[in-house]
Design a protein around this ligand. Structure first.
Ligand SMILES: [Zn+2]
Length: 294
């Protein structure tokens, strides 16, 4: 979903870079507490996600070069929500890596509405120069970072950045310790299967996923969240069977995450089932309304 700023524009600030592995760092950028990744090699550094505003992007680039001791030579994006791409303008002279479908979302009205309070617009969102469908490696000299499209989940273009030699993954918003955000652009049906990519990569000891928001997650945490996300479509299926409509779903359903984080995704689940002819009925199908009215 879009992590929209409140009407009063919240303060933009970048926290310190924290070392989390061999020449690998993260920083937390406010106002959305978004994780920014940094991986350095002999050939330069890769920044993963860019913060919320052009000025924040510039601060990320400047401080990243100070801590890494090498120039930033590329940027990678996990998905096109404002708190991840808002700083892109500061990297427009560099290769911009993203899943193939991300570029089309840089003109989404919801994204531009999120950026407007900060004085940023579509002109501040250069399109990715290096796109990929499934996977793609960024060469940093003596090491590579692999970018992998996991499939539809939080958006239709989620990508993760795998730093194999540091045994960690920058996962974007496909997992969050506080619970996933199932916004209007999320896919509640495919999301669990998409998380299998991440889980498969973590089937080794000591790997950690660094989500787009919140602290690191171990494989058990990611696997548990996969199950909870899968339960959402299952619960919607149960509710539809019981004739309960979306409008009553918050009260009548049993949800694994706070309602406000998943409400648009529950709506999408209802729409998915309705498109297959599975919708709440007004009464038992013995006396079907359409037949009765004939
Ligand atoms: Zn997001």
């Amino acid at each position: 979903m879009s992590h929209g700023p409140s009407p009063a524009v919240p303060s933009v600030a970048l926290g310190p870079w924290e070392a989390i592995g061999e020449r690998t760092w993260r920083a937390v950028a406010e106002p959305e507490s978004v994780t920014i990744g940094l991986v350095a090699g002999t050939g330069g550094a890769l920044v993963i996600d860019t913060g919320s505003t052009p000025a924040q992007g510039a601060e990320i680039r400047r401080t990243a070069e100070a801590v890494a001791g090498v120039p930033v030579v590329a940027v990678a994006l996990t998905h096109a929500h404002y708190d991840h791409v808002g700083g892109l303008a500061a990297f427009r002279d560099l290769p911009i890596h993203a899943q193939r479908q991300l570029g089309a979302h840089l003109t989404d009205p919801a994204l531009l509405a999120d950026l407007a309070p900060y004085g940023a617009s579509a002109a501040d969102l250069p399109v990715p120069t290096h796109t990929f469908g499934v996977a793609h490696a960024v060469d940093l000299g003596d090491r590579v970072v692999e970018l992998i499209s996991v499939g539809r989940a939080h958006t239709d273009h989620d990508a993760i950045a795998v730093v194999a030699d540091a045994r960690l993954i920058f996962a974007g918003d496909i997992v969050e310790p506080a619970g996933p955000q199932l916004g209007p652009d999320a896919d509640p049906e495919r999301w669990p299967g998409s998380l299998d990519h991440l889980i498969g990569l973590m089937l080794r000891p000591d790997w950690l996923a660094y989500p787009g928001h919140g602290g690191p997650m171990a494989m058990a945490d990611v696997t548990l969240q996969r199950g909870w996300i899968a339960s959402i479509l299952g619960e919607v299926t149960n509710l539809v069977s019981d004739g309960i409509r979306y409008e009553d779903a918050e009260q009548r359903g049993d949800w694994p995450f706070p309602w406000q984080r998943i409400a648009p995704g529950v709506r999408t689940a209802y729409d998915l089932l309705a498109a297959r002819g599975f919708a709440p009925r007004d009464q038992l199908p013995i006396i079907r309304k359409d037949v009765r009215e004939d």
